[in-house]
Design a protein around this ligand. Sequence first.
Ligand code: IPM
Ligand code: MG
Length: 353
Amino acid sequence: MPRIAVLPGDGIGQEIIPEALKVLKVVLSQSQKEFTFQEYAIGGTAIDKFGKALPEDTLKACQEADAVLLGAIGGPKWDTLPAMERPELGALLPLRKELNLFANIRPIKIIPALLSASTLKEEIVKNVDLVVLRELTGGLYFGEKGRTTEPAAAYDVLVYTEEEVRRIVELGFQTAQGRKKKLCSVDKANVLESSRFWREITEDVAKKYPDVELTHMYVDNAAMQLVRYPEQFDVIVTENMFGDILTDLASMLAGSIGMLSSASMAGKKGMYEPAHGSAPDIAGQNKANPLATILSAAMMLRYTFGLNEEATRIEKAVIKVLDQGYRTADLAKSTEKVTGTKEMGDAVVTALS
Ligand code: IPM
Ligand code: MG
């Protein structure tokens, strides 16, 4: 039986994960499929309970599971801990590394009902359909970091091996082949040696994919182009930190970061989580938008288990509730009725039947 390790984590993670599970269970039972879901502690919640952001049990369960469903981690309560013990550096990053989840997929596609929810003009965003492929286990996040004295200084090393670049860029080309056959590699090759290296390797990989049109773009320009003319993009492939920044930016094209799902892959195995954080300011108030998590669960069915039909059913149900006018606070205009986290999950369940 397929095994899912469920890690609600911190803040709104505790509220959005139950909604995604609710939806998953309904879809699976409709298809007479049985999965096991087992919950484990991670992040601040695990620090409070077990004194450690990534307890061994949690790591082991994630290693043994077919897929991991994660809510969010972090919060002000744990921000004063030494950096390496905090939820981000003590749990999320090591988990990504241990599971070798080098490919982070973040799709940004306009849902027509949310056209007016974007802060950008409708004519700019209406045809947006892009995917950002973010390298997730290398670069600045994982290079050596430290401090020196005299002079007081701090450093984070940005290093990529050829192998690390090659595998994510390959996936970029393959993803583009299944779409509009356009790949934009984003770097800062006018300044960074690691980017010039990235670009050389990308050019080399491109020889194997003559059917894909490859372009290179500097990251500052990419940020500008994403709000100027986002339709030009099909697949973007980029290093870890550029991808972190650009995906938050790009999420607003589709209305809210509360809609941005993500899959972090190592082959078929994956960890699925919304791209937003734990939102401590609204945690525990039934205000969070569960749709990014619900859509991440759909990605899990599609990418890890090949359950395309079930994934599509979830996506269609999400579109349906938005068409019906359900809006969590992040999506609602001042005149619109606001739906709570639980009620949004219930609406998706109803739309499924
Ligand atoms: C993301 C998040 C994480 C990241 C944080 C929580 C460490 O912003 O998944 O985009 O920077 O990767
Ligand atoms: Mg981020």
